[in-house]
Design a protein around this ligand. Structure first.
Ligand code: ZN
Length: 197
């Protein structure tokens, strides 16, 4: 015998309201999370801008521990004359110094560009919990592009990866930088000609 369930119109409305408020709450949390990621990524972009101002490839990184920024850094490869002086490496170094540990397993790293092989290695070794990056690097990215870190199952640590945070802005600062760079040799050439005259 099929049991007939009678639902009063008011009850349906009440259940619908509960369902709706659950979704509203879900989206509210989601929106706040997104806002938080964009806030830290903007901070990383400010770091990238600092690099650009001193003619370094504009990449910036920020490390966050329990909603507190513990390190900020930008690429300094040219100025330090060190191949390893990428934004992520310097940020990891600063965070480790300020937290007195190499193990950053409660830290989240925000970086404007997909990390390279070296930086991805340092992220794994320092046990960074979450990695948020902006623009993809099809030529040198070692998280999703050149290498897909999630496919290397034998690694003893995998950061949770979220890509595409402010990707457009993170990519644009690099595109503009390299566009300007390409113009520079022409100006130097002209300058050379002028001094020859
Ligand atoms: Zn790197």
């Amino acid at each position: 015998m099929v049991q007939q369930v009678c639902i009063e119109p008011g009850q349906v409305r009440k259940e619908a309201a509960i369902q709706t408020s659950a979704w509203v709450y879900h989206f509210y949390i989601m929106e706040n999370e997104q806002e938080k990621h964009e806030y830290y990524m903007r901070m990383a972009l400010e770091e990238a801008q600092k690099a650009r101002e001193i003619d370094e490839v504009p990449v910036g990184a920020v490390i966050v521990f329990r909603d507190e920024v513990v390190a900020k850094a930008h690429n300094l490869r040219e100025h330090s004359m060190q191949a390893y002086a990428h934004a992520e490496m310097l940020a990891i170094q600063k965070a480790s110094e300020s937290m007195h540990t190499w193990c950053l397993d409660e830290c989240d790293l925000y970086v404007t560009l997909e990390p390279c092989m070296m930086c991805t290695g340092a992220i794994v070794l320092s046990r960074i919990r979450n990695l948020y990056y902006g623009a993809k690097d099809p030529k040198g990215g070692a998280v999703d592009s050149l290498i897909e870190i999630k496919t290397i199952s034998r690694l003893n640590h995998h950061p949770k990866v979220t890509s595409g945070i402010l990707a457009e802005e993170c990519g644009a600062i690099l595109t503009d930088f390299f566009r300007e760079k390409r113009k520079k040799p022409k100006r130097d050439k002209n300058q050379f000609k002028i001094t020859q005259e």
